[in-house]
Design a protein. Structure first.
Length: 145
């Protein structure tokens, strides 16, 4: 079964976000083993960098505003290519201040969801939904219309 890690800084405090995350984790469980690795916030991005990189296994995708923008179909194709190659995938979400440059440099791919800034807690839900959508697209489901 495919292994996907969501490596992120900080804990989710809001119950509505925890519920949404739990729902997408449940939906994804038929496609992949998804693990969320929550790391403590550091005093600086540099301090957060090493723990993030250490926790991220396999093919590393850093979420950052300057990354490449993909459509849902393009993201699904990228996920399929990585899964077909048997790669473990780690998607990295920084703290409210973003990601240190070293994390971006050492990642295999930089992904941007928008030019807009989203709360990093909400980004976890958005990311999980898009990972789920990618698996649904790849399975030929009508979830993605």
């Amino acid at each position: 079964m495919q292994k996907i890690n969501i490596v992120c800084v900080g804990k989710i405090k809001e119950e509505y976000l925890r519920s949404a995350i739990a729902e997408y984790l449940k939906r994804l469980s038929r496609f992949a083993k998804v693990e969320i690795k929550e790391l403590p916030e550091g005093k600086s991005l540099k301090e957060e960098a090493e723990p993030l990189l250490k926790a991220a296994k396999g093919y590393k995708i850093a979420l950052c505003v300057e990354g490449e923008r993909l459509s849902s179909e393009e993201f699904a194709k990228k996920i399929k290519t990585l899964c077909d190659a048997g790669k473990e995938i780690s998607l990295i979400i920084g703290s409210s201040c973003g990601l240190d440059g070293s994390v971006k440099e050492k990642s295999d791919f930089k992904l941007s969801f928008s030019s807009m800034t989203f709360p990093h807690q909400l980004m976890r839900v958005i990311l999980l939904e898009q990972v789920y959508r990618a698996f649904m697209i790849n399975s030929g489901s009508e979830y993605h219309k």
